[in-house]
Every structure is written in C-alpha cells, then in structure tokens.
Design a protein around this ligand. Structure first.
Ligand SMILES: N[C@@H](CCC(=O)N[C@@H](CS)C(=O)NCC(=O)O)C(=O)O
Length: 210
C-alpha cells in the first residue's frame, strides 16, 4: 500500500496511526497538496490527501472511508480501534465532530495563508465553529473516566481527537484559548506518547501562496 500525504495533516495522520496500529506495511509518499499536486493527481484527480493506493492499484480517498476499509481488511479481531454497539455510535459521533473541527481548521488556515486579505465573515464563522465544537468535545472527553474514551485502549475517535487537536495547536497557536479545554490537552498528551503517534509525526508545514 502507498499512503500519500504529509503527517501534519490530521487526516493523513489518522490513517498512518491506524496502519501502524494494525501492523499493516505501507510506503509513504509525503507529498504536499500544493507543491506536489500533479504527482498526487496521477492517483487522485481531487489532488487531496490522504490518498491510500491499495496493492491492486485502487486509490481510496476520505479518511473515514479508508479506516472502514482497513478495519474490514484486518477483521473484527484485529481492528482494535473500531468500536461496536453504543460505543460504536459514540465513536462515530466524536469522530464526526473532531473531523469537522479539523475540516474547519484547514479552512481557516487556507483563508489566513492563501488569501491576500482574509474574508472576515468566513474567519469569524470558522473560529466560532471550531471553538464551539471543541467545547462539545471537551465536555465529551471530560465526562469519561477511562484513560482513553471508551477503555484502556485508543479508538478511532481518540485518534481523530488527538490529530485534530495537534493541528489546531501547531497551526493556529494564538487563535484560541487552549486553557478552556484541559481534558482535550491531557488527552492529546496521552495519545502523543503512543509509539504509532510518535512515528507518524511532523511539524506543521502549511501551504504557501504561489
Ligand atoms: N474529509 C477528508 C478531508 C481531507 C482534507 O481536508 N485534506 C486536505 C489536507 S489536510 C487537502 O487535501 N487539502 C487540499 C485540497 O482540499 O485541495 C478526509 O477525511 O480525508
């Protein structure tokens, strides 16, 4: 398998953490969505990451769909990041809000970096969406007494929470009051200590205006 994209993307990173957790071998092409767009286009006309090229040449896009394929590939016994039943619903709920906050973080980064004069209405909207989603996620994390969200082991929701939080902290450090989200800060520290997170890690290397 070939994973395309840099580890400063929370979406690429969640796929890499899953591949590593499941002991699935892969090659990594750390291509930039802007600088290496034409290389990515050979596999994915959207020129987006993550793109996961399977051994039969099929290219998968969208991290949630990629994780569903990886869970199915290893099977229920080995898909240790997946959850079922009531935990499965909560897992998807938290993944949805955390990946949505990551989407809005990426939008805000592009607005700040790529546009000569950021559009205030869009900046304010993204900031409010991120801040309020993070408050919802802070409450969800604080309400759970276990080391990770559901038990002693990380889930896909734990991974998405932590990869989103790291992007937000690194890319937009002055934009939010991170002290308002202490449970998310502790959660991030716990996840970042896991070997799979440490191996799939790079400092933020955002887009630049051509
Ligand atoms: N919903 C997608 C989001 C992926 C995404 O936003 N990727 C960004 C990098 S973090 C990207 O490819 N940006 C370039 C573009 O959208 O043109 C997923 O979960 O994989």
């Amino acid at each position: 398998m070939l994973l395309i994209g840099q580890y400063d993307s929370p979406f690429v990173r969640r796929v890499a953490v899953t591949l590593k957790t499941y002991d699935l071998a892969y090659e990594h092409a750390p291509w930039s969505t802007f600088g290496d767009a034409e290389k990515i286009a050979r596999y994915n006309p959207l020129r987006r990451v993550p793109t996961l090229v399977l051994d039969d040449g099929a290219a998968l896009v969208d991290s949630a769909g990629i994780l569903a394929v990886l869970d199915a590939l290893v099977g229920p016994g080995k898909a240790v990041l997946a959850r079922s039943g009531a935990d499965g619903v909560e897992n998807l709920r938290i993944c949805g809000f955390a990946s949505g906050a990551a989407d809005k973080t990426v939008s805000l980064i592009y607005e700040r970096v790529l546009r000569e004069t950021p559009f205030p209405l869009w900046v304010d909207r993204c900031r409010a969406q991120i801040r309020e989603a993070l408050s919802l996620l802070e409450a969800a994390r604080a309400a759970r007494p276990t080391p990770f969200l559901f038990d002693e082991r990380p889930s896909h929701a734990d991974v998405m929470l932590a990869t989103m939080y790291r992007l937000l902290r690194e890319a937009l450090p002055g934009e939010f009051d991170f002290a308002a989200w202490p449970a998310l800060g502790r959660h991030s520290e716990l996840c970042e200590r896991l070997p799979a997170f440490a191996e799939a890690c790079q400092p933020f290397n955002g887009p630049s205006r051509p």
